[in-house]
Design a protein around this ligand. Sequence first.
Ligand code: ADP
Ligand code: MG
Length: 463
Amino acid sequence: MTDQIWENVRSGLNDSLGDSAFSTWIEPLEFRGLENGVVYLAAPTSFIGNWVSQHYGDRIRNLMSTAGVKVARLDFAVAPKSAGRKPVPANAQPVETAEPRTPRATPAARTPDGGTDLPGSPLDARYTFDSFVVGKPNELAHAASRRVAEGGPVTFNPLFLYGGVGLGKTHLMHAIAWELQATDPSRRVLYLSAEQFMYRFVQALRYKDTLGFKELFRSVDVLMVDDVQFIAGKESTQEEFFHTFNALVDQNKQIVISADRAPGEISGLEDRIKSRLQCGLVVDLHPTDYELRLGILQTKAEAQSQLHNGIEIETRVLEFLAHRISSNVRVLEGALTRLYAFASLVGRKIDLDMTQECLADVLRASERKVTVDEIIRKVADHYNVRMADLLGPRRSRAVSRPRQVAMFLSKTLTTKSLPEIGRRFGGRDHTTVIHAVRKIEELRAVDSQIAEEVELLRRMLEA
Ligand code: ADP
Ligand code: MG
């Protein structure tokens, strides 16, 4: 009886998608059953499973519910379409199920090859170029990734992306993979973490199938290995990686690698591998700046708002978060998710009060610990005065103004008390500090140059 429901869903999809999209995406699926509100489906490749889940998941759920079946979620396994029916639940490797996402353009209708699926890590459907916000700190990495994603002739090999945690390396790699797959589903794109590369290799050794391993990895068109620093110190894995790498480069196949630092700085990596990794284009993702954080927050807030029936968020809140949370993007995302969840529970718009209450722990943890010493150093440097003068008794304008700026910044960027700040400035009285803070506040309001200087210094200190 559930088979009949699936048939109805299929014909509903055929009507709404048209023959071409239907035969590309829905025809290859195998319905394996329905249990406790979970629809079990098998797709010949994880790409197809992901795509259907992303683009047609809601439609399938709706058609099911029209047929009177409440569906909590779709579960995609990866398996070639078989003639006979398999038991539920499927035992093949599950495809990561994703949240509802913003729709993308339908791909050029190409029939996927439906061949053996590559043993890669699942791609996160949210990590596309569309959802990647570009700013100064990541524009080069983004441009290089775009170029690779065009799938044209290989111009740099490998593309090596590196940067600190949460800056978007994995996001960019997934985006490249999605794009390459969407423009040509027959292209064999293998994305996996270095850890998984090692796991596969170790398994191949254990089951005496290194030949199969080699064949598999050397048959891909594009190889992407994430967090390659993981194989540092793992000698036989490195060795195998090196050979795979060389074989693919020789065949002019594109390779994309990421790591948390530059190739030369990964200790425990053989020199020949380091130099191989440096052969192509090495680009780094810089820590996010305020503008980028704000841009990312705006984009993610829109997506969250759609998920939560249009709950609004004040612009001030986004600015506040971009300002206060300077750590990685993952923390920003987590903060937003929590805010929206909270707001939808209490049915309120997200304002500053709610934010401070709801994110108290996150805000405390990410408090940027700027020290008075750092401020003094930066300010002296910026105004080209000696630190000794800044802290000394001189009262000429050339020194006293920078001193006031430094005191002002010490008061606003640190948690030090006025007397403590006074002491750091050559044993001055706390009233001197109060005076300096007021003075700069006044000046900022009327003198745009001072205002800009203070803002610039603040940003440099908080970066
Ligand atoms: P990394 O691999 O460098 O540690 P990820 O790619 O996993 O970082 O990114 C962490 C999170 O931040 C992901 O959810 C990703 O979507 C998000 N993110 C990072 N940079 C950006 C960006 N520029 N635009 C949108 N989202 C981003
Ligand atoms: Mg990553």
